[in-house]
Design a binder for this molecule. Structure first.
Ligand SMILES: Nc1ncnc2c1ncn2[C@@H]1O[C@H](COP(=O)(O)OP(=O)(O)OP(=O)(O)O)[C@@H](O)[C@H]1O
Ligand SMILES: [Mg+2]
Length: 328
């Protein structure tokens, strides 16, 4: 497998798509719908348009190496391509980093957080431990090197639906419950970032299928209720719209009426299946459109034997031109 990092990154001279000029994009959605591959494709597109991007995964399956075609472990921030870095955060490692940052001392951190009693306490409140990952993400949006941001854009590949809402709400919960102190300053800044549409957008990813669409509609309601700006909805793995209209549809209709198709039978069956899948997709796209005031970004089902860098590049190309703010 080629080491794409050593090949460098082909940069376009076009300005970045407007939605990718935010500081933070949070990719949310139901388990398995493609949050990780969409995060990678967005990150690649942004990096190629000249933005310095950090892709931050939240305790995901370790697949970044395979998706970017590099042999590397992403427990810590690693360079992937020109302008693109990635990390697969774990709560424990993020807590150490974030704790040291908030307490401004590795010594105090060890004294406080590495005591068994504190560890047990943190484990008993899973949201609090997870908050360290969100804190780390926020921190990287503020980091500067030589007077300029270390990263122009951070893309967070968030956990699956319910878990991500709990996670995103923690800064607000801290502000409501914890007295003013070392935790509240970063929590306030993080909450302000997460609720500022000029700096942050949530990108729900879904499939145009029954359960994912239902869950996306519910997720949108939850996110909006808590004041999070929701960007376009990415509809992934769409079947090609074949045999739905025009000459091909008429031909399939005629073949279906024929009494004996002989060896053509399996072909006609496959075409019928494709037509049914595309029609189902279409029906759920309309449901989404009716329920959500969001622009839709459409990504095709890629029929590839192995989902790797070429597929991410293809999805990145498909995203181009679709990740723009709506005209005002
Ligand atoms: N557009 C696509 N075409 C074909 N296959 C796809 C497409 N998008 C994603 N997949 C496949 O779907 C699977 C799930 O994708 P991905 O890992 O990005 O989902 P996820 O939402 O991050 O899942 P998890 O909840 O496990 O983190 C992957 O194995 C990938 O190969
Ligand atoms: Mg994932």
């Amino acid at each position: 497998m080629p080491e794409y990092a050593t090949l460098g990154c082909v940069q376009s001279h076009r300005p970045p798509p407007s939605l990718l000029t935010r500081r933070l994009i949070v990719v949310v959605g139901k388990g398995g719908v493609g949050r990780t591959v969409v995060s990678c494709a967005l990150a690649l597109l942004a990096a190629r348009s000249g933005r310095r991007v950090l892709l931050a995964q939240t305790k995901s399956k370790d697949r970044l190496g395979q998706l970017f075609g590099v042999r590397r472990s992403f427990q810590e921030i690693q360079p992937v391509l020109d302008n693109l870095w990635a990390v697969n955060m774990t709560p424990e490692a993020a807590l150490r980093e974030y704790g040291i940052m908030v307490l401004r001392s590795a010594f105090i951190y060890r004294q406080v957080f590495e005591r068994d009693i504190v560890r047990a306490f943190l484990r008993a409140i899973p949201g609090l431990l997870d908050y360290s990952m969100l804190g780390k993400v926020w921190y990287h949006t503020t980091e500067e090197i030589g007077g300029r941001p270390r990263f122009d854009l951070v893309i967070m590949d968030a956990p699956a639906t319910g878990h991500s809402v709990t996670l995103l709400r923690i800064p607000e919960v801290i502000l409501d419950t914890v007295p003013e102190g070392p935790l509240t300053g970063p929590a306030r800044a993080c909450h302000e970032l997460l609720t500022d549409p000029a700096r942050c957008q949530m990108f729900p990813v879904t499939l145009a299928e029954d359960l994912p669409v239902t869950e996306t509609i519910q997720l949108y309601g939850l996110l909006r209720n808590h004041g999070f700006p929701v960007g376009p909805v990415v509809v992934n793995r769409l079947y090609p719209p074949r045999f739905g209209a025009g000459v091909s549809a008429l031909a399939l209709d005629a073949l279906e009426r024929a009494s004996d198709l002989g060896p053509l039978e399996p072909l006609v069956q496959s075409a019928r299946l494709l037509r049914q899948r595309a029609a189902l997709n279409e029906q759920h796209l309309r449901r989404l459109e009716a329920a959500l005031p969001l622009r839709q970004i459409h990504l095709p089902y890629l029929f590839v034997p192995e989902f790797g860098f070429e597929a991410i590049e293809e999805l990145g190309r498909r995203l181009e031109g679709q990740v723009e703010d709506p005209p005002t």
